[in-house]
Unconditional design. Structure first.
Ligand code: MN
Length: 255
């Protein structure tokens, strides 16, 4: 049975909240998030705010759970429900990267080995090119010493944003990963394929040397995806993942 989004969104804010809810269910179905992990989007009409669920497992999230935040992680409504401790990841990236429209943080399992070893995670298959040429690793030890490894303050969020820099994805040592996108759908695609690439790279590195995508190939694939017509690229993946997650796939909102 299809769940969740029943009506066509009537404005940009409703549409982006629908996409956040759907992305949470997709990422749960695809094994990228479990009890933990979160999806946000920049507010469509106020770029100084972002939208993120209250502290809840992604598969349980509905429209009414989405909270509006200032970039420093303060909820716009002072009586908002308890938020995720790690919401500073999102605010710091929106602050540092004006073009970023969506941020996804997860602890997906296959990426973790690349956060604790010297083996860099790099694209090895065409569908995974959007993870980017370089996937840096942020280590909380470098600036903060012994911590819980969680990004629990704006200072930690900004430090992480510096390491992610202009890349599309970054790992957190002994913890997880974060990806950015120019839409919720693009970020969802990259989050799924970061995990896919990590799993395939773990297999391929048993038989070295591994032939990775070249920088030119990565740029060509990202360019093609960014130009994708409706029903190609991100939209085709989104429709497929919606069906698997039992969510109604809504068309892109055009305001
Ligand atoms: Mn985390």
């Amino acid at each position: 049975m299809l769940r969740g989004i029943q009506a066509m969104p009537t404005n940009a804010l409703e549409a982006i909240i629908d996409d956040i809810v759907t992305a949470n269910h997709i990422l749960a179905q695809e094994g990228v998030v479990d009890a933990f992990g979160h999806v946000s989007a920049r507010h469509p009409t106020n770029p100084g705010h972002f939208l993120l669920s209250r502290a809840l497992a992604p598969e349980l999230i509905t429209h009414d759970d989405i909270i509006e935040y200032e970039l420093d992680g303060a909820p716009v409504q002072p009586d908002a429900a308890k938020g995720y401790l790690e919401r500073y990841i999102h605010g710091a990236l929106y602050e540092a990267r004006p073009e970023v429209q969506s941020v996804i943080h997860s602890h997906s399992r296959s990426v973790i080995p690349f956060s604790v070893t010297s083996e860099p995670l790099r694209p090895i298959v065409h569908s995974c090119a959007t993870i980017g040429r370089h996937v840096p690793v942020w280590d909380a030890q470098d600036s903060f010493g012994d911590t819980t490894l969680l990004i629990s303050s704006m200072a930690m969020g900004r430090d992480f944003a510096k390491v992610l820099a202009q890349n599309n994805s970054a790992l957190m040592r002994g913890h997880g990963s974060t990806v950015i996108g120019r839409s919720v759908r693009e970020a969802t695609y990259t989050a799924v394929y970061l995990e896919v690439n990590a799993g395939l790279q773990l297999q391929a590195t048993r038989f070295p040397p591994v032939k990775y995508l070249t920088d030119g190939e990565i740029d060509a694939i990202c360019g093609r995806l960014a130009d994708a017509k409706p029903a190609e690229g991100y939209d085709r993946a989104w429709a497929y993942w919606c069906r698997r997650a039992g969510m109604e796939p809504t068309p892109r909102f055009v305001g």
